[in-house]
Write a protein that binds this ligand. Structure first.
Ligand code: KG4
Ligand code: ZN
Length: 338
């Protein structure tokens, strides 16, 4: 049995969790800073890191308390401490890494650095059904839009990636154009509920190309021009049409990747995996689909602890505490050897 404390502080959420055997979430706390950053229309890095410092110790104590532990008994019961190493905001990553390394040093336990996107991917392992390898992963977050072939734990083969904006970033930028609050994804989804997805035609980028790459900057610009040329269009109609186009582009590429790899299982992970239209649409792809539970789609500590379980099994702990926070850490390079 393994009991791992996972710490996520890569952006504007402080997430702490205790996970048993990479499957069962025993305790978790999450402090979102969304309300603090909303007035600025996006995350302010300096404010984010200061807030992480303010709350990380108490949240850890609260998480341990949920499991009937304190710092002393935690030292006895917990097998390893994991934290997000990157990618993310440097200041925010440093807080989680520094705190986790101090704990592991004091507790004489292994420290496991985890790639943030690897964490998102392993969030799908926290559900009732655990995906078997090999599988195809569609990674859709604020900073990533990738199709990755996963032949075995901690091995990643990149099939396609975005050439410009990430899909989550596109949701955030389009929300801003529509005057909707940050974060854009949930705002667009909410407004789109009452809109007509056929109201505006938006282009599906690189539709006829045989690459598995994505491009989202053209879609954002198409929305900009649509609003400039038709200022009276109802916001719900534009939001619904945009959401339909954004999701269609993900589905088309994923369908091609399934055909090329012959993969029978698909994991969808990252913040945009919380999108209801995407969750519903991927079920039509004719493969076994694994989606993290809604609460584990966005940044959280449980996904980091879950990924760390597999890293620990593969002997990938950082025994010398020498791994440093890396704001642009690459998923493919951070695989088995990382
Ligand atoms: O994975 P995540 O928490 O951050 C990164 O690791 O980058 O994802 C955040 C992104 C934001 O761009 C946000 O707008 C988007 O996920 N998002 C959504 C939804 N919920 C969050 N996008 C579309 N629909 C949603 N329901
Ligand atoms: Zn994330």
């Amino acid at each position: 049995m393994s009991l791992i404390l996972g710490i996520e502080t890569s952006c504007d959420e402080t997430g702490i969790a205790l996970v048993e055997d990479g499957r069962r979430v025993i305790a978790e706390t999450l402090l979102s800073q969304v309300d603090i950053h909303r007035v600025f229309g996006g995350v302010v890095p300096e404010i984010a890191s200061r807030k992480h410092i303010e709350v990380i110790y108490q949240l850890t104590r609260d998480t341990l308390a949920q499991a009937g532990l304190d710092m002393a008994s935690g030292r006895q019961q917990i097998d390893a401490v994991a934290a997000t190493r990157g990618p993310g905001l440097m200041g925010s990553l440093l807080v989680g890494m520094g705190f986790a390394r101090s704990l592991t040093w004091a507790w004489r336990k292994p420290f496991v650095p985890v790639h943030h996107i690897e964490g998102h991917l392993y969030a799908a392992f926290l559900g009732e059904r655990v995906p078997q390898f090999p599988f195809l992963a569609l990674i859709v977050s604020g900073g990533h839009t990738q199709l990755v072939y996963c032949p075995e734990p901690l091995r990643y083969e990149l099939l396609g990636t975005t050439r410009d904006d990430a899909v989550g970033e596109c949701f955030d930028k389009v929300a801003r154009l529509l005057g909707l609050p940050y974060p854009g994804g949930p705002s667009i989804q909410k407004v789109a509920q009452t809109g007509n997805p056929d109201a505006c035609h938006f282009p599906r980028a690189m539709r006829d190309s045989d690459t598995l790459d994505f491009s989202y900057s053209g879609l954002k610009t198409a929305v900009l021009y649509m609003l400039r040329d038709h200022p009276d269009l109802p916001v719900p109609d534009v939001a619904a049409s945009f959401q339909r186009a954004a999701v269609d582009m993900l589905l088309e590429r994923t369908e091609q990747a399934i055909a090329r790899t012959g993969c029978e299982r698909l994991v969808v992970a990252g913040g945009v995996a919380a999108n209801a239209l995407l969750r519903e649409s991927v079920q039509q792809l004719g493969v076994e689909v694994y989606l993290p539970a809604f609460r584990w789609c966005l940044d959280n500590g449980a996904m980091i602890a879950c990924a760390a379980h597999y890293r620990l099994q593969a002997g990938c702990a950082d025994h010398t505490l020498s791994a440093s926070a890396d704001p642009s850490l690459d998923l493919i390079c951070s695989g088995q050897a990382g």
